[in-house]
Write a protein that binds this ligand. Structure first.
Ligand SMILES: Nc1ncnc2c1ncn2[C@@H]1O[C@H](COP(=O)(O)OP(=O)(O)OP(=O)(O)O)[C@@H](O)[C@H]1O
Length: 330
């Protein structure tokens, strides 16, 4: 069954010119993904593996130096798949915030520090909702906050009067004002303490339940994926190396990289020493040949150095890209 977002063979690279020489950062390198409807879907991986770039492409926001080399990002809209990457500016604007919404990294800092929050909310609504006056729009915003269990009085505050966690919840509430079907959230809990993190995660859960929409949650924090996502993808050096139901990935991780990510998590009562992933992530300017994890993989074989394996089925939904888990088809 197809998802609400289908990503096919996506290649988006940063093309940089330095001292007259062209350099290409292969940030999203041949990614195919199917993101299901009505769930919180996670994308995990170490810093620099391409998670943010993938979200930008999902938001059809590919601006220089980022360039699209190949592939599609198709959204299921009213029964038809529409490739968001081929839409013109006006069509993209129509899609954004009403159908797809984006919570960028550091979104709690999007508010203008010298204006009350209601000004930002009003600006946002005025540019997206036609035929309603300011007072009506403000009451829409108040009602939305109330529905999410947040006090509407917050709109009368300046950003600096709120904690970081509250500002993040207000930013998330803003991005969901027009009830989008797909919400792309980039590290929404990073830089928050655990109590504030919990409140943000609970808000996302509540919104997802209420709207029955899809959240795509990017975070390097595997604990958060275990806590909140239904299914997930593991990204390494611009490629997807494992996908599946979160519970299956945690109980039976197949890619040696995923095994390292999960085995390094602390568990209450477990005093054994934890092994982190050996070595450092590769440069995406010149990623390793074959499976990009091979220089760090304890189980590397000759084949791993030559050719990238495709994602294969372990179970119906659990798929892994690893030569250890399949017979080579060469
Ligand atoms: N504007 C840019 N110009 C050039 N290279 C970039 C740019 N933005 C990101 N990159 C590079 O693209 C690669 C992927 O970066 P990206 O931010 O997508 O990764 P990430 O997994 O989201 O990491 P993080 O969690 O640290 O944000 C990295 O090598 C990064 O240095």
């Amino acid at each position: 069954m197809k998802g609400i977002v289908e990503v096919e063979k996506l290649q988006t690279f940063y093309v940089l010119e330095y001292m007259g020489k062209k350099k290409t950062v292969k940030a999203v390198n041949d990614v195919t993904l199917s993101i299901p409807e009505n769930e919180i879907y996670g994308i995990a991986g170490e810093s620099g593996c391409g998670k943010t770039t993938l979200l930008k492409a999902l938001f059809a926001s590919i601006e220089p130096p980022l360039q699209l080399f190949e592939g599609k990002v198709s959204y299921l809209i009213k029964g038809n798949f529409i490739n968001a990457l081929t839409l013109n500016g006006k069509e993209k604007r129509e899609l954004r915030w009403t159908y797809i919404s984006y919570i960028p990294q550091g979104s709690m800092s999007v508010f203008n520090p010298v204006k009350k929050l209601k000004v930002t909310y009003l600006d946002f609504l005025e540019s997206h909702v036609r035929g309603k006056a300011g007072r009506e729009l403000l009451s829409l915003a108040r009602h939305h906050l109330e529905q999410l269990g947040l006090s509407p009085h917050i709109l009368d505050a300046f950003p600096h009067q709120l904690s970081g966690g509250m500002r993040q919840r207000i930013a998330i509430a803003l991005s969901t004002l027009l009830k989008p079907q797909v919400i792309l959230a980039d590290e929404p809990t990073t830089a928050l303490d655990v109590v504030a993190q919990r409140a943000v995660l609970q808000l996302m859960r509540d919104i997802q339940k209420e709207l029955k929409n899809t959240f795509v949650l990017v975070t390097h924090d595997m604990g958060i994926h275990a806590n909140i996502t239904t299914s997930m993808a593991i990204m390494y050096a611009g490629k997807i190396v494992e996908v599946g139901p979160t519970q299956e990935i945690f109980s039976n991780p197949l890619q040696p990289y995923t095994q390292f990510l999960i085995n390094s998590l602390p568990r209450i009562g477990d005093k054994s020493s934890k092994k982190s992933v050996p070595g450092a992530p590769p440069s995406l300017l010149n990623p390793p040949s074959g499976c990009p994890f091979h220089p760090r993989c304890p189980e590397v074989s000759d084949l791993c150095q030559d050719k990238m394996p495709a994602l294969n089925n372990s179970t119906h939904k659990h798929k892994v890209a690893c030569w250890l888990r399949r017979e080579p088809s060469v």
